[in-house]
Design a protein around this ligand. Sequence first.
Ligand code: HEC
Length: 169
Amino acid sequence: MQENNNWNTDLLWSTLLSMISAIVLLSITVIVYFGFRNDIDKFFNRPKYDKLELAKRTTERASIQIDEWDRVEKGIHVKTGMVYDKNFKFIKANCLSCHSSKMITQNRATRQGWHQMIRWMQKTQGLHDLGDSEVNILDYLSTHYAPKDTGRRPNLDIDAIEWYVLDLN
Ligand code: HEC
């Protein structure tokens, strides 16, 4: 009698445990499904393209990126943040391969100053000979990135200063 009783409780427990596991599993499934429903639906309903269509879309996307590269807003070339004019193409072709356009836009100089920076880069940083483009590049830089009157004290003109030795005795 005692044996039989034990057997019954065991069965009851295992049934109960199975039911609880089933409920837990079901809830997890439901939660996961509702949580990721959008992704799951998207995956099963994803558009299917044949090779030709795929190639067309890739080309389209590439041309959008090229358009993006050349986008100009209010006279500013958006991708580089530089002023856009007819000479910009010379900058694009010669000045943006080694460093970002920031290196240029954060600087201001006279035509002579820009000329010196170009020579410095050619001597020490491996900048190539700019050939005929140099004139256009200097036109561009000295027009758009000339020294600005910012109210800041101008740099000291080292050559114009009359130096003297401080007499400490
Ligand atoms: C061959 C690579 C190369 C090319 C091309 C190049 N530069 Fe540079 N440039 C450099 C390097 C390297 C530096 C130093 C970077 C640093 O200090 O971190 C530099 C620095 C500069 C600076 C900062 C100078 C300073 O005194 O702080 C300016 C401005 C500049 N470049 C403008 C230009 C312009 C304008 C052109 C196009 C005519 C150009 N660069 C093309 C390599 C190049």
